[in-house]
Design a protein around this ligand. Structure first.
Ligand code: BES
Ligand code: MN
Ligand code: ZN
Length: 480
């Protein structure tokens, strides 16, 4: 295992300059779009662009920022993303843009959004391809006040690097990333970023009575692991309770004996998105030196079929002591999370507990690929996360956890069952997890099954995993 093998390729680099650099970089001009674009003007959609060649050979790229009435920092993020992809695809070696011209909407937020778009939009997963884009685009931001801009850019670079690293790891197929290799990678990354990392193997999990996490991994050649990362917070008192982030890392989800169809099994290497994004969030927090202490807990398992696999009708005893009747081996995410949630509360007594998981197909039915679901037992925590979602455009929508929904997971033979009827499936997932939340724990669950990956290219994310949740959580953590 070498962490260099998992680095995202750098395709674009941004530098802040006071004067136009030598050479003849392409000049990029951002321009509001108009409903009826004249000849030589880009269209109304953000990121649409035209190439303009002057008589003296100078090349200008005129890029639309979208209709002014619709302008937000997000439209600039999209503009940056589409521009970045164009520059990379067209093998541009250097380009120049007047940063001081980007001041609205939202002042600095606009420029921050634009830079995020550039760095996220230039990402590509090319590791296994013969034809790799060999060039690096140097994008110069021209500014009269480079100092403030440079420090803002440095934070954005750290966050976007972690998002692209998460995308890269989530992209990796299950013949490369399994619970063991993910643990090694987490250990190496933790080392590099100065995080404490503890990995519990299956023998240790047995002693910890993690019956639910272990059961899910029983059919795999690489059994379950529990990866625990600790970040003490910069300059803070160690007495401060940490915020705990828990992420589902199913390195491949076949469904187990409740086998998925040929159609639905495709893409299930992305079922580790929550866990990998928790890892990336801790890395970001460390490199940004955030004051808030954090723990990241990542239950990892591969949901496979074999003679050793767990079955429908099995009754498991979880780490909490609560028993679970298995109705579907495909509702495996909640099982590994159950033990992780118990472990996290017992070990760390967190000030807040946030879990992130590609938990249910139902959230795609409810919210599509636009918003992730949030279910929470604490209004203040939920509101703060909803707000952070709007600010980062990693948007959430709340679903309820009313007691009546407990009916859905009632079992006659055990304390609960892991699945139930088809209705309200995302809520059922939340209700199940809630059984493992102790009184007094402030908790929120993010169901990212619809937003964790995209089927087609988006303005600042190519088809594949998005790294959803990292920017949202970092922005939230900065505000507490
Ligand atoms: N990993 C899936 C959820 C999923 C589905 C993620 C589609 C991304 C795209 C999860 O483990 C699962 O199989 N959930 C079941 C739960 C059901 C059996 C209660 C589902 O949603 O169908
Ligand atoms: Mn499943
Ligand atoms: Zn799953």
């Amino acid at each position: 295992m070498n962490i260099k093998d998992f680095e995202p390729v750098k395709t674009l680099s941004i530098s802040v300059v006071r004067e136009k650099p030598s050479g003849s970089p392409i000049t990029v001009i951002l321009q509001p779009g108009s409903e009826q674009a004249a000849l030589g003007e880009p269209g109304k959609s953000a990121g649409s662009l035209i190439v303009n060649r002057a008589d003296n050979g100078e090349i200008r790229l005129i890029v639309s920022t979208g209709l002014p009435a619709k302008a937000t920092p997000e439209t600039l993020r999209q503009t940056g993303g589409l521009l970045a992809r164009w520059l990379v695809d067209n093998k541009v070696s250097s380009a120049l843009i007047d940063a001081d011209s980007i001041s609205s909407p939202g002042g600095n937020n606009a420029l921050a959004g634009f830079c995020e778009g550039l760095l996220l939009g230039s990402y590509q997963f090319v590791k296994y391809r013969k034809n790799k884009p060999a060039n690096l685009v140097n994008l110069y931001l021209l500014s009269k006040e480079p100092a403030g801009l440079s420090s803002m850019l440095s934070d954005i670079e750290k966050t976007c690097y972690a998002v692209n690293l998460a995308r890269q790891i989530i992209h990796e197929p299950a013949n490369v990333i399994n619970p063991e290799t993910l643990s090694e990678l987490a250990r190496d990354l933790a080392n590099e970023y100065g995080l404490k990392c503890t990995v519990y193997d299956s023998a240790q999990l047995q002693e910890m009575k993690a019956g639910a996490l272990l059961a899910v991994g029983k059919g795999s050649k690489t059994p379950s692991r529990l990866i625990v990362l600790e970040y003490p917070g910069q300059g803070g008192s160690t007495a401060k309770a940490p915020v705990a982030l828990v992420g589902k890392a199913i390195t491949f989800d076949t469904g187990g004996y409740s086998l998925k169809s040929t159609e639905h099994i495709l893409g299930m290497k992305y079922d580790k998105a929550g866990g990998v994004s928790v890892l990336a969030t801790l890395i970001t927090a460390a490199s940004l030196k955030l004051p808030q202490p954090l723990v990241g807990v990542i239950p990892a398992a591969e949901n496979m079929i074999s003679g050793g696999s767990y079955r429908p009708d099995d009754i498991l005893t979880s780490m909490s002591g609560k028993t679970i009747e298995i109705v579907s081996t495909d509702a495996e995410g909640r099982l590994i999370l159950a033990d992780a949630l118990t472990f996290t509360q017992k070990t760390f007594k967190p000030a807040a507990l946030i879990d992130m998981a590609t938990l249910t197909g139902g959230v795609i039915i409810a919210l599509g690929h636009v918003r992730a679901g949030i279910l929470a037992n604490d209004d203040e925590l939920c509101r703060a996360l909803l707000k952070s979602g709007e600010q980062t455009y990693e948007r959430l929508w709340q679903l309820p956890l009313d007691e009546e929904y407990n009916e859905l997971i009632k079992s006659h033979e055990a304390d609960m069952r892991n699945s139930g009827p088809r209705e309200a499936s995302t809520i059922m997932g939340g209700i199940f997890l809630k059984q493992f939340i102790e009184d007094g724990t402030r908790w929120a669950h993010l169901d990212i099954a619809g937003t964790g990956d995209v089927a087609k290219d988006m303005p600042y994310c190519p088809a594949g995993p998005t790294g959803f949740g990292i920017r949202l959580l970092i922005n939230y953590l900065k505000q507490i």
